[in-house]
Design a protein around this ligand. Structure first.
Ligand code: PLP
Length: 353
């Protein structure tokens, strides 16, 4: 073995859901939005001549649009290349202690990857048997806390009071609430940033704003936390946000009617789909997100996953302890969900379930 081989930073990477090459599939596997972004986004993308110039390293226009939208000071807003970039920056910036960072055993499976990459010790308290977070598990010495709310892949949301309890009991730690799905039904912890200087609330444009392909995420919190984050980001790459993503982000934020209309559409599809799924013998907690996390009372999740894939319908299956008999199914259009239900009916009948 060469000496340099021992110096390689090795990590087992996060594995995102498949992006099949064929357009001729029904994609219910990565929680993308089935509807296009606001028509204003298209107009914003025509600003090609300006691309010769570097973008604004402080991303003022987008931070301002978002700060106005959420009625907070612009110094409490940080923007990144999707919330994955924002979260990676949070892990590097705030989790530099010896005590373990805490997040649930079943949650967004990127958290443990960042912790491993940056040599951050971590512990994963178990969700209870109903996949609920046990908040008392977080009342012990720690180097930081990360909670997805609504949680992924369970789709279960906890109320603001629950999050406040965790924040209140951990005022010596930075507590991060990942609200990737909050627009679909959860209660945001955002009002708590006025009260607690150790809280960060992370959001993304990828799901509710139909902009997964543009990569825009952001975080809100006390201005000292935001300033620290900004220093780290500016020490890696000043220009993470492109001119196109800044313009598109502003256009999306300004079209609030469109945003609300399509979020409501997905929520109504989710409710109708959930009812049908229960009639087919699936059990799952009520979803506060744009997906459901379900298991069937007879058929195996892996079998359904494979059979669906053969028919060109992609859902997400995690071959992991405790959740290996569940499917995470993204809410698409009504037509897509009807096709998936038709597939399921046939599959369950032919397999005698
Ligand atoms: C999708 C998702 C993200 C990442 O979103 P991007 O903004 O596309 O990087 C972060 N956290 C959770 C819980 C998610 O589901």
């Amino acid at each position: 073995m060469k000496a340099w081989e021992a110096n390689i930073r090795r990590v087992t990477p996060y594995v995102p859901g498949e992006q099949p090459k064929s357009k001729d599939v029904i994609k219910l596997n990565t929680n993308e939005n089935p509807y296009p972004p606001s028509p204003r986004v298209k107009e914003a993308l025509l600003n090609v001549d300006e691309l010769r110039k570097y973008p604004d390293p402080n991303v003022y226009d987008l931070r301002k649009a978002l700060a106005d939208y959420h009625k907070i000071d612009i110094n409490r807003m940080f923007v990144g290349v999707g919330s994955d970039d924002v979260l990676a920056n949070i892990f590097i910036t705030f989790f530099n202690g010896d005590k373990p960072v805490l997040f649930p055993d079943i949650t967004y499976s990127f958290y443990d990857v960042w912790a491993s990459l940056y040599n951050i010790p971590f512990e994963q308290p178990k969700l209870d048997d109903n996949f609920r977070i046990v908040k008392e598990d977080y009342y012990k010495p720690n180097g930081g806390i990360v909670i997805a709310n609504p949680n992924a892949p369970t789709a279960i949301a906890e109320p603001m009071s629950f999050i406040e309890d965790i924040v209140k009991n951990n005022q010596e730690s930075v507590v991060v609430v990942d609200e990737a799905y909050v627009d679909f039904g959860g209660e945001s912890a955002l009002p708590l940033i006025d009260k607690y200087d150790n809280l960060l609330v992370v959001r993304t444009f990828s799901k509710s704003r139909s902009l997964a392909g543009m990569r825009i995420g952001y975080v809100m919190g006390h201005e000292d936390l935001i300033a620290a984050l900004n220093d780290v980001k500016q020490s890696i790459n000043s220009y993470t946000m492109t001119r196109a993503s800044i313009d598109v982000g502003v256009a999306s934020v300004l079209d609030d009617d469109y945003f609300r209309e399509y979020v409501a559409k997905i929520v109504s599809t989710r409710e109708a789909f959930s009812k049908e799924m229960r009639e087919l013998g699936f059990t799952f907690a009520d979803s506060s997100a744009n997906f459901i996390f379900a298991k069937h009372n007879k058929a195996k999740a892996a079998d359904i996953y494979n059979a669906a894939k053969d028919k060109g319908i992609f859902v997400r299956y995690f071959n992991k302890p405790r959740i290996d008999n569940y499917l995470r199914i993204t809410i698409g259009t009504d037509e897509e969900m009807d096709k998936f239900l038709a597939f399921l009916k046939e599959f369950l009948t032919t397999s005698g379930c």
